[in-house]
Design a protein around this ligand. Structure first.
Ligand code: GCU
Length: 127
């Protein structure tokens, strides 16, 4: 769900069919529905582009609770250069609403997708 933004495809490098261009205003948001098999801490990776040199801060909430305020989304060098900003937040088992809300008059970055990893990535070694 997108409010205060539009889906566009005029900058290369996005995945899927496009990305969200937030309005240049506070309060616009992109909300993702994430279904988790079990409750647990998750890594939320937001793939984005910001062709300016100023941060485009966003509050990240899960099920209405802000879990990461003012995530900066710094400039990536070009609107066609995409990077991933990660935050951690707890998910409940079942459906979660992950929302990224712009907090400044510049609006958010251009947002391509959300990658979710539930649980702590671990490395196991023999012996
Ligand atoms: C440019 C760019 C958009 C971007 C916008 C912005 O217009 O083409 O993709 O969203 O700047 O500053 O937010």
């Amino acid at each position: 769900m997108v409010a205060g933004g539009a889906t566009e495809s005029n900058h290369a490098g996005y995945t899927g069919s496009g990305f969200v261009n937030y309005d240049n205003a506070p309060g616009g948001y992109v909300e993702f529905t994430v279904t988790a098999a079990a409750a647990g801490q998750a890594t939320l990776g937001f793939r984005y582009a910001n062709g300016t040199t100023a941060n485009r801060p966003v509050d990240v909430s899960v099920n209405g609770v802000v879990r990461a305020g003012g995530v900066p989304f710094p400039g990536t060098g070009a609107w066609s250069t995409w990077r991933t900003a990660t935050v951690t937040a707890p998910l409940v088992a079942g459906v979660n609403r992950v929302r990224a809300t712009a907090t400044t008059t510049a609006g958010g970055p251009n947002l391509d997708r959300l990658d979710v990893t539930v649980g702590t990535p671990a490395t196991a070694r023999p012996a």
